[in-house]
Design a protein around this ligand. Structure first.
Ligand code: 6PG
Length: 244
């Protein structure tokens, strides 16, 4: 269910990015202080770019314990790492190359010709390095976006990945994009200590209205997010247009 207090409504994308950067820093410092490490899964797309730029600047350059930070990706397009569509390239250019974090702490989704093998390789990497909660890797923070079809990460309507309850990573051919995608699955997202959805712009307003005012009438992939931990949406005024 989408409770009103789940939404942090910010004036604009800049304020939204600032609010998330602050929370990232708090969560990262707490995780590093209590468990010695901070595990985060990044989202792709355009919305988080501003946040990633902020993280490459003060005060976050100094306040985030980058040496104890381990960066993963919630999903990836099946393109080379230097391709303009690569989520890894976007994050690398925005902040990964600018913060004081060992390169071994960045775990991109390595894409090979065999998409299934790439997904299975990434699954092994998650299970090997991210602390488990029960049988699932447990991130301290998972960042997500939302597409206008209600997809999140690369969990798109009409794909079998929506029903995946055991594997931690999967791949799917997305018909509307005519492209393969690799994504973490809902069991991993829902095991996280903190899940943040970032949504900005008028293009998200109608979907947020549907999710909050008539949730029973829809079955968007993003409605499968029901995390054990903190679950917060950070949206701007435009995306909040129909939020009561
Ligand atoms: C991706 C993302 C995807 C994204 C949404 C929203 O790889 O594209 O993981 O889930 O978050 O499509 O994208 P925008 O932020 O560009 O609206």
């Amino acid at each position: 269910m989408f409770k009103r207090n789940r939404f942090v409504v910010c004036a604009d994308l800049a304020a939204l990015s600032q609010a998330v950067a602050e929370q990232w820093s708090v969560i990262a410092r707490h995780a590093a202080a209590t468990r010695g490490a901070f595990y985060v899964a990044l989202s792709g797309g355009s919305t988080p770019r501003r946040l990633y730029d902020l993280l490459s600047q003060e005060p976050y350059l100094s306040s985030v314990p980058w040496q104890a930070t381990h960066v993963y990706f919630g999903d990836e397009r099946c393109v080379p790492p230097d391709h303009p569509d690569s989520n890894y390239r976007m994050a690398r250019e925005a902040f990964l190359d600018k913060v004081n974090m060992p390169s071994r702490n960045v775990h991109r989704i390595v894409i090979s010709e065999d998409v299934l093998a790439s997904a299975e390789r990434y699954a092994r990497e998650l299970k090997q390095h991210v602390p488990l909660k029960g049988d699932m890797p447990q991130f301290d923070l998972v960042l997500l976006g939302m597409g206008d079809d209600g997809h999140t990460a690369s969990l798109f309507p009409g794909t079998d990945l929506l029903k995946e309850n055991e594997r931690v990573v999967g791949c799917a051919y997305v018909e509307k994009l005519k492209a393969w995608r690799i994504s973490i699955t809902f069991p991993v997202i829902n095991r996280a200590r903190n899940v943040f959805v970032l949504a900005a712009g008028k293009g998200k307003a109608e979907l947020i209205r549907q999710l909050t005012q008539e949730p029973q009438a829809h079955h968007y992939p993003i409605q499968n997010i029901e995390p054990l931990g903190e679950y917060q949406w950070f949206i701007d005024q435009d995306a909040a247009e129909f939020l009561s």
